[in-house]
Design a binder for this molecule. Structure first.
Ligand SMILES: Cc1cc2nc3c(=O)[nH]c(=O)nc-3n(C[C@H](O)[C@H](O)[C@H](O)COP(=O)(O)OP(=O)(O)OC[C@H]3O[C@@H](n4cnc5c(N)ncnc54)[C@H](O)[C@@H]3O)c2cc1C
Length: 325
């Protein structure tokens, strides 16, 4: 029988939303393919993560707990994931199309000699059985693809799937004797410098405020964007131009070569709306554009457009939001 192995993403001992959206994609696929679902939890001291996933309808949760797996280094994680998939006889391996998933799963596909569909936004029926819908050319086209190999490897775009709800029940939790050293990785984890922030992460925020090159400098960016983010309890994003010009850090970038988000509210401040930027945010529920020009592409997809100078309009907006309490 077909079995889908979902690789969990977690941080600080908690399950990330990316795990649940991948689980939803797996459920959609399982319904078409007649599969059962297992979950793989890799890391160090991750018993609590496995416990937290017990009620989501997986048959077995495979836990690979090892000091060498504490950080998701692609060569070692890929080796252990492939080992778990083979031991569990899984014919599909799925993970989020997050930065981590994009790094690891192609290596899993290579190890399993599997075909891969990446950045999947829907599971579809095709003449050749279950297939996957995925964007191409910065989202200008959607392609339906099928995988011909015996084993399939899939990454799921988090913003395209709801987070799977708990179903009750209780999965079996099984320890997997991982041997990360066998990956013979020539990469060694040294340290992880996390950006200290009380704001929600871009992938999980309900509101994202993003700034562009029109903010003119790093000082202009933080002066305009930080109070706006605080007023909404939002995550801050940026266009690539703002990142390239050094106004905002790399991990703020939204778009084709950055993160893909679909929050309830997206406020684009001084962003023109190039196709590569739209690829990362056009599925947001409500889009607001604040721009000095009214003929920029961002206005074509915005639900609300404000033709105004961000340096005066945004502080006014923040003041009004504060007055509303
Ligand atoms: C292969 C490839 C991949 C790419 N990937 C990405 C990606 O992932 N993400 C991404 O964002 N881009 C990406 N780009 C770059 C993209 O093509 C654009 O260059 C970029 O998005 C432009 O950023 P911007 O809108 O901030 O800047 P600009 O296009 O320069 O727009 C600035 C905007 O600010 C407005 N403005 C100026 N002053 C003010 C003011 N005071 N108040 C309000 N508005 C003001 C202007 O009217 C203008 O609309 C990619 C390009 C390529 C070729």
């Amino acid at each position: 029988m077909s079995k889908i192995l979902v690789v969990a993403e977690h941080g600080n001992g908690t399950v990330r939303k990316a795990t649940l959206t991948t689980l939803q994609m797996a459920r959609d696929l399982a319904a078409k393919k007649g599969s059962s679902i297992d979950i793989a939890v890799l890391g160090h001291g991750v018993g609590g993560v496995a416990e937290a996933l017990k009620g989501y309808g997986a048959e077995t949760i495979h836990v690979a707990d090892h000091a060498d797996l504490a950080y998701p280094l692609a060569p070692t994680w890929a080796k252990v994931i492939a080992d778990i998939a083979q031991a569990a006889d899984a014919d599909v391996v799925a993970m989020s199309a997050s930065t981590t998933g994009k790094d690891i799963l192609p290596r899993v596909a290579a190890r399993l000699e599997a075909g891969m569909a990446s950045d999947v936004v829907a599971v579809v029926d095709t003449d050749d059985g279950p297939g996957f819908r995925r964007p191409m050319w910065a989202g200008a086209l959607l392609a339906d693809v099928v995988i011909d190999s015996d084993v399939w490897v899939v990454t799921a775009r988090g913003s395209a799937f709801d987070a799977a709800a708990a179903t009750g029940g209780s999965s079996d939790i099984e320890a997997f004797a991982a041997d990360p050293a066998a990956a013979a990785s020539r990469t060694r984890f040294v340290k992880f410098d996390a950006t200290a922030s009380d704001r929600p992460s871009l992938d999980e925020a309900d509101v994202v405020v993003a700034g562009g090159r029109g903010l003119k400098s790093a000082e202009g960016f933080s002066q305009v964007m930080e109070p706006l983010a605080d007023a909404f309890g939002a995550a801050i994003g940026a266009s690539r131009a703002a990142v390239d010009d050094g106004y905002a850090p790399n991990d703020y970038q939204i778009g084709q070569t950055g993160k893909v988000v679909a929050p309830q509210l997206y406020v684009a401040v001084a962003i023109s709306g190039a196709i590569q930027h739209l690829a990362g945010m056009k599925n947001s529920k409500v889009i607001v554009a604040i721009n000095t020009r009214d003929d920029e592409p961002i206005h074509k997809i915005a639900d609300y457009s404000l033709k105004a100078d961000a340096f005066t309009a945004v502080p006014e907006l923040v003041e009004k939001l504060a007055a509303r309490g």
